[in-house]
Design a protein around this ligand. Structure first.
Ligand SMILES: Cc1cc2nc3c(=O)[nH]c(=O)nc-3n(C[C@H](O)[C@H](O)[C@H](O)COP(=O)(O)OP(=O)(O)OC[C@H]3O[C@@H](n4cnc5c(N)ncnc54)[C@H](O)[C@@H]3O)c2cc1C
Length: 205
């Protein structure tokens, strides 16, 4: 909320992610992990609750809801503010960013990432350009025709609806926001020594 829990900041750029499925949480992971104030709104209608993954590289078999529970925890552990159950009703452009309205309040941010699955209404209302196929028009960096507004996952794809692709789209959006903020191409590269710093004695082999 603008007065109490303002997601925007006077100094550091901030990010609002609309939709907490694989695409949105992946974007939030990158931006929160690398110091940007990040808020995720989600109504928990992700298709992942209907899925069981055998096709996510590096994971043999995992239930979709179990995958989401791990993802949510991971994003929270890196500092994102997850507002579960809070639906975004509208997103508007302002002079220096965006204002996001929910039933609970009004939030400001420098960047917005749409990750609302097959529902593209909010992006359309903001004025994002669509392709002839009826999906939000983005390139590999996931930025829409509206500056600093990104779109990711099922909403930018006609049929390639896979968790791994959504996660990749979200990562691309997060990384590109970080590059914009820092003014140079950003790489989120960690090395084994970082694992001990992050996880302490609970380091995985
Ligand atoms: C039956 C089924 C089986 C599947 N099996 C597989 C599989 O085996 N492997 C695989 O890779 N993929 C599978 N998928 C596809 C996979 O679930 C999707 O590709 C993936 O969930 C898309 O991620 P997303 O983040 O783009 O969208 P979603 O996962 O749909 O997430 C969008 C989120 O945004 C939220 N949201 C929407 N509007 C708002 C709003 N206004 N305010 C706040 N929150 C909002 C929704 O509640 C939802 O939680 C399956 C899908 C189905 C339906």
């Amino acid at each position: 909320m603008t007065d109490e829990t303002n997601a925007g900041g006077d100094e550091l750029p901030s990010v609002i992610v609309v939709g907490g499925g694989p695409a949105g949480l992946s974007a939030a992971l990158f931006t929160a992990k690398n110091g940007l104030e990040t808020t995720v709104f989600d109504t928990d209608e992700t298709w992942m609750h209907k899925a069981h993954l055998f096709n996510y590289l590096g994971i043999g078999s995992v239930g979709g809801s179990e995958f989401m529970a791990t993802a949510r925890q991971q994003v929270e552990d890196f500092g994102a503010d997850r507002r579960q159950g809070e639906e975004v009703a509208g997103v508007e452009r302002t002079d220096d960013g965006f204002v996001v309205d929910t039933e609970e309040g009004r939030y400001e941010s420098t960047y917005v990432v749409f990750a609302t699955g097959a529902n593209r209404d909010l992006a359309e209302d903001l004025g994002c350009a669509f392709t002839d196929d009826g999906v939000v028009d983005v390139g590999v960096e996931m930025e829409t025709s509206v500056e600093n507004a990104y779109a990711t996952g099922a909403m930018v794809r006609v049929e390639e609806w896979q968790a791994a692709i959504a996660v990749g789209d979200g990562a691309a959006a997060g990384l590109n926001i970080l590059s914009e903020v820092r003014g140079e191409r950003f790489h989120d590269f960690d090395v084994p020594a970082d694992a001990e710093r992050v996880f302490g004695e609970a380091v995985a082999e």
